[in-house]
Design a protein around this ligand. Sequence first.
Ligand SMILES: Cc1cc2nc3c(=O)[nH]c(=O)nc-3n(C[C@H](O)[C@H](O)[C@H](O)COP(=O)(O)OP(=O)(O)OC[C@H]3O[C@@H](n4cnc5c(N)ncnc54)[C@H](O)[C@@H]3O)c2cc1C
Length: 403
Amino acid sequence: MTSRRVVPLPPRVDVAIVGAGPAGIATALSLVRSDPGWADRLVVLERTVFPRDKICAGGLGARADQLLAQLDVQLDVPSVPVHGLTLHLPAGTRCARSELPIGRVVRRFQFDEGLARCARDKGIAIVEGASVASLHPDGSHVRIVSSKGEVLTRVVVGADGVGSVVRRALGLPAGQYRAQAVEVDTHEAERDEPRDILRFEAMDRGLTGYCWDFPTLVAGEQKVCRGAYVLRFGPEPRDAARTLDAYLVSRGLDPRAFPHKRYAERGYVRSVRYARPGWLLVGEAAGVDPVAGEGIPQALSYGELAGRYLHERFAQRDLRFEDWSHRVAWAFFGKDLRFRARMVEMFYGRDRPWLERVLVEQPWFLHCGVEYFAGRRVPRPWLWRLGWFAMRTWAASILSRSG
Ligand SMILES: Cc1cc2nc3c(=O)[nH]c(=O)nc-3n(C[C@H](O)[C@H](O)[C@H](O)COP(=O)(O)OP(=O)(O)OC[C@H]3O[C@@H](n4cnc5c(N)ncnc54)[C@H](O)[C@@H]3O)c2cc1C
């Protein structure tokens, strides 16, 4: 059963959010959390009609649920609990497992619909089937033209994902880190990991990406979502669909038996200015994790920050948003994004063998990653040990290269 209501497009608002994915809904929820009065001053325009799918593996670290709790949201949607992950690399295999769940795997059509329902319950207007076609500066406002009519807004938030029309209207390029991700839902196979483990494989050093197996539920049935993430980095990036097909064969599956779902992703780049006076970008419209393509917690974090930021800026009557990119870069999730953007070179460049060795030989590394994914505090001794090991092996790799 859906909780959809037909919401008319208001002629004029203070904030219009384009896109009702995690970034857009989190922005709206965060605004309303800052002041419930915001519910009457904003609108969310969504191209599709819920429940709608979004091509995504749905791997959700528990830190995403912590973010939702901060926004007073608890999402009880069907999900597979996850306790750990396995990494298969040329240097070896490493598994990190935790007693407590570290996250879950959701289906996006249920997750996003649930999120939209929570927003509606807080009085937020979501106009579904409103595809934004163009945006026009109009004095101190922006005129948004959509398939459901026009709206005049003081601020537009671009939360419309990888193909963002808002980003294009801002004249921003598509971005330095672009990726293709392809996935299929298959039955379980003999060599699969236990159902509470996320499997990652990056055995081919010529591939600027990886393949995955995530346990999932399709209409209540136990399935496995398998996919390939390929970052367009380096001279000849591979084709994601062919990469996935080869992976499926290696897992003993016939690629032709499963419909492929393909979608693009955009990675975060520090140097881009994600705002102009009256406009700002959040979520994948701006950029998410370029190394692994993780984007749901990042989209929620962008939104949570954007809501607080907009509330503050309206109170100060300053809608220039000159420091939005800076605020993102120095938020906790922004520091993480900057770190991951730096890791692209290391992960998919010449330091890859070194990094693989660190990942396989040093169990603390992956355990730190798992604790972080789960939103738990990483024990300090692990971090010290990790830092020391990383410095030592990195120095050794530089010396061996120059020698
Ligand atoms: C194959 C694949 C697997 C992935 N797996 C994972 C994973 O396991 N875990 C993870 O964390 N991340 C994963 N991601 C990344 C994640 O899906 C995205 O980063 C995340 O959805 C970004 O959220 P968002 O709200 O910014 O954008 P989106 O979720 O893309 O939402 C954008 C919304 O805007 C709407 N919209 C678009 N254009 C318009 C328009 N013109 N007018 C009105 N509305 C519009 C769309 O309909 C959509 O509802 C995966 C991505 C892919 C492609």
